[in-house]
Design a protein around this ligand. Structure first.
Ligand code: ZN
Length: 470
């Protein structure tokens, strides 16, 4: 009896404990739900302030090769509400802004598909040795400059950018929308592994290297490690995942010709990203690294400068995106050593072929600049866009940097940090707009001097620049 009693007492106590435990747990969960900042998952947008009416503008809508007839465009909140050739009536409230376009061009904000917001201004040595607070402030200053060049959205292809993105979204400082990848995921010796020989050997569970501590790159040498690193980026708010499938220019120990991740490693990343509703983009120059990426389910190839005919054909057949950059000279490698410069030379040699193949096979092609370690180069962001007329008409170039890039951004599905249409001027789209002093479809060089020619810059319905006389 005693035994039975004590037993039932034990189970009674257990029940009490479990009950109390579950109440306690529920309380903790409730408190956490209320108190934890939700910002890690979804950000509240800053108030964008009322209504803006653009009058007498001709619209480049991001898709058509010709401007519209003179039109009026009404923005309410952060969206384009009405586009009409007829006058649009608005309340003359205090928060209603009327902008007389005077026949100038209204176009979508520009999108850069390959950007590294945290790595534009510092040198590699500064990035690795500086305090992260300083790096963030430096990146914040650059983010404001980026927006002032008319780039209202960037897809960040590697770097500890989550804090900067949050600060911009909260309205702490002006900057573009950021689609963050978080840390680049690489292998030992791969592109993004900035360790020295003295840091070897790597021990699983051992101390992280500096670039890993910063969240700039994470090293992963097995499918399991890849999965962990991918999920860590997704947990922090990555909208897509970036892996380096082959060698890169700026990394000291990764020759351009090598393939880095095995196919099962790449597939582990793709599975983890797809389970999360989004996709993997790989850094890949060579046919081998591109083809392995495609076999593993990668949706977007970054760079592709050394691709060949068969690879281009495969990309077209499978509907794989090419997110590439017009590298036409050695300036991207100006801050790097002689070995890195030699690798840059090889990439530059491939640029013409890559664009010609992309055109020949009608590959879905996105525009980006991949500016690294140079503020001076970043100031040429618009010039890099204009340089694309080497292969495309001005209209094709501008369509690529707006609606086509917007299409690629949408691959993030439910992980899209800015749900809504980007890169187009149409009713219901997000209000990222530039008022250009002239017609960029006729004179693309207008985008190369944004300071002079972009008179109004709007992002998310908010006006960040207005140089029109009042
Ligand atoms: Zn890059």
């Amino acid at each position: 009896m005693i035994k039975k009693n004590s037993l039932s007492q034990v189970s009674y106590l257990t029940v009490i404990h479990e009950f109390a435990g579950s109440i306690f747990l529920s309380l903790i969960l409730a408190v956490l739900t209320i108190c934890l900042p939700q910002a890690a998952v979804a950000h509240e947008k800053p108030p964008t302030g009322g209504v803006t009416l653009f009058q007498k503008v001709r619209i480049f809508d991001g898709k058509s090769a010709v401007l519209s007839a003179p039109s009026n465009v009404l923005v309410r909140g952060n969206k384009i509400e009405t586009i009409s050739a007829q006058p649009i009536a608005v309340d003359r409230r205090a928060d209603t802004r009327i902008i007389d376009g005077g026949g100038r061009t209204l176009m979508p904000g520009l999108i850069d598909m390959h950007w590294h917001a945290m790595m534009v201004r510092p040198t590699p040595a500064m990035l690795l040795s500086s305090d992260l607070g300083y790096s963030n402030l430096l990146a914040g200053a650059e983010a404001t400059s980026t927006l002032m060049r008319g780039f209202t959205t960037i897809r960040d292809m590697g770097g500890p950018v989550f804090g900067l993105k949050r600060a911009i979204d909260e309205g702490l400082l002006p900057g573009p929308r950021i689609y963050p990848s978080g840390a680049v995921i690489t292998v030992t010796s791969g592109h993004g592994d900035f360790r020295q020989f003295s840091d070897l050997p790597r021990t699983l569970g051992g101390m992280l290297s500096r670039i890993e501590q910063l969240g700039g790159a994470m090293i992963a040498d097995s499918p399991d490690e890849v999965r962990t690193r991918v999920r860590e980026q997704l947990m922090q708010g990555a909208s897509q995942i970036k892996l380096t499938a082959g060698g890169g220019v700026a990394s000291p120990f990764s020759p351009l010709d090598v393939s880095t991740f095995t196919e099962p490693e790449l597939r582990a990343a793709v599975e983890a990203a797809e389970n999360w509703g989004t996709y993997v983009a790989t850094h890949a120059y060579t046919p081998a690294s591109i083809q392995r990426s495609i076999a593993a389910g990668v949706k977007v190839v970054e760079h592709g400068h050394l691709m060949d005919e068969a690879t281009a054909q495969l990309m077209a057949e499978k509907g794989i995106w090419l997110s590439t950059q017009p590298f036409l000279d050695m300036s991207p490698a100006a801050a790097l050593g002689p070995q890195e410069q030699e690798k840059m030379r090889q990439v530059v040699t491939g640029t013409d072929t890559a664009y010609e193949l992309a055109k020949k096979y009608n590959i879905k092609t996105a525009f980006g600049t991949d500016v690294l370690f140079s503020q001076a180069l970043a100031e040429r962001q618009g010039q890099m866009l204009a340089s694309m007329t080497r292969w495309y008409t001005p209209a094709e170039v501008l369509i690529m940097a707006t609606s086509t890039n917007g299409e690629l951004l949408a691959l993030t599905g439910l992980r899209n940090p800015y749900p809504g249409k980007l890169g187009v001027v149409e009713e219901g789209a997000l209000a990222d707009l530039l008022l250009v002093d002239g017609n960029p479809l006729e004179n693309i060089d207008l985008v190369a001097d944004p300071d002079k020619n972009f008179l109004v810059i709007m992002k998310d319905g908010g006006i960040y620049k207005n140089k029109l006389p009042n």
